[in-house]
Design a binder for this molecule. Structure first.
Ligand SMILES: Nc1ncnc2c1ncn2[C@@H]1O[C@H](COP(=O)(O)OP(=O)(O)O)[C@@H](O)[C@H]1O
Ligand SMILES: [Mg+2]
Length: 255
């Protein structure tokens, strides 16, 4: 589904990524871990078109999307949530989720490519999908609340709901459980697993909660100083001496 090949990214004198290659298969949940500053968010930004790489290639379902703008990439079924919650704080939860729908629709359906009757029907289907997403994420009771007034956990869920509204095939999440306690992070893991099954998604997530990554992924990629230093099944990667030394050993590891 996603192939990242030899991606490099330079910021002035800083080589943030030097040679990053990995893939995500259809239906797979893949975790990216690594120390702060390793290049994880930069890799996400290259994949989603927020940054143009200085070298290498990104393929999504066989299509070369290297350097394509985020609006194009989202339209192809690749959505992301941001490390900092990226909701519209002054709008209600429902208005936030509708934005996800609009990103997709502005380009096709709403642009008049369909006759008005089909357009109305397509729009109604989207509104039903929004209701379903809001319900699935447990946001029903707060759908009319201004998003910026909600708890951090609910804001994070709103961010995921915006992503889901764009009809992703692959959902990228940058530290979705950051700032959550271990109980909330466990619940978030269950939520990711259930939305993945329900919406038939592949998931790529960057996360520091190792217990969460171990539980929900089938492959882990470790990035250190802009390079992939290990890749494989979670138990193998997390017991790899090089990974323990360069990353896990230096931090508190939750079991
Ligand atoms: N837009 C940018 N301009 C300059 N340097 C950047 C930019 N974004 C990230 N960096 C640098 O690139 C390196 C990798 O950052 P980042 O991808 O955010 O790491 P991670 O997400 O793994 O913590 C860091 O040294 C960071 O300071
Ligand atoms: Mg980051």
């Amino acid at each position: 589904m996603l192939k990242v090949r030899h991606v490099a990214k330079r910021f002035g004198g800083l080589q943030a990524l030097s040679d990053v290659t990995f893939s995500v298969d259809d239906g797979q949940t893949v975790g990216i871990i690594g120390p702060n500053g390793a290049g994880k968010t930069t890799a996400f930004n290259v994949v989603t078109g927020t940054l143009k790489p200085s070298g290498g290639q990104v393929l999504f379902n066989g299509v070369d999307i290297t350097g394509k703008p985020p609006s194009t990439v989202v339209g192809m079924g690749l959505a992301r949530t941001f490390q900092q919650t990226s909701i519209y704080a002054g709008e209600t939860v429902e208005e936030n989720v509708r934005r996800g729908t609009l990103w997709r629709f502005r380009r096709s359906v709403m642009a008049g490519l369909l006759p008005s009757e089909s357009r109305r029907q397509a729009w109604n289907e989207e509104m039903e999908r929004i209701d379903e997403i809001i319900e699935t994420l447990g946001l029903k009771d707060v759908r009319g609340r201004v998003a910026g007034t909600l708890s951090y956990g609910l804001q994070k869920k709103t961010g995921v709901a915006i992503g889901l509204a764009t009809h992703p095939k692959l959902l990228l999440m940058d530290e979705p459980a950051a700032g959550l306690n271990s109980q909330e992070s466990q619940e978030f893991g269950e939520l990711i697993t259930s939305i993945k099954a329900r919406y038939k998604l592949s998931v790529l997530l960057v996360e520091h909660h190792i217990a969460l990554v171990r539980r929900i992924t089938s492959k882990i990629i470790v990035i250190g100083q802009g390079k992939v230093i290990a890749e494989g099944a979670p138990d193998d990667v997390l017991s790899n001496p090089q990974v323990i030394e360069s990353y896990l050993g230096s931090r508190h590891v939750e079991s």
